[in-house]
Design a protein around this ligand. Structure first.
Ligand code: ZN
Length: 67
């Protein structure tokens, strides 16, 4: 089990278990919040979480229409 550990207001320690429905990122094109299943994201072998982002469905659709 992996979890996030952080401090609220510099004082209250909070831990949250990482699950399939509580990880999010911002779409790099429009900034929309995108829910990310880390299990699926890591399955492609390109698991560098610090440099990756996930494109939202709308921007994926636009990008396909351009080609
Ligand atoms: Zn987007």
């Amino acid at each position: 089990m992996f979890y996030i550990k952080d401090r609220l207001y510099g004082a209250i320690e909070v831990t949250t278990e990482i699950g399939p429905d509580n990880v999010f990122c911002k779409c790099p094109y429009c900034g929309k919040e995108v829910q990310v299943n880390l299990s699926l994201l890591m399955a492609d072998g390109q698991g560098d979480l610090l440099s990756r982002s996930v494109v939202c469905d709308n921007c994926k659709r636009v990008s396909k229409e351009e080609h």
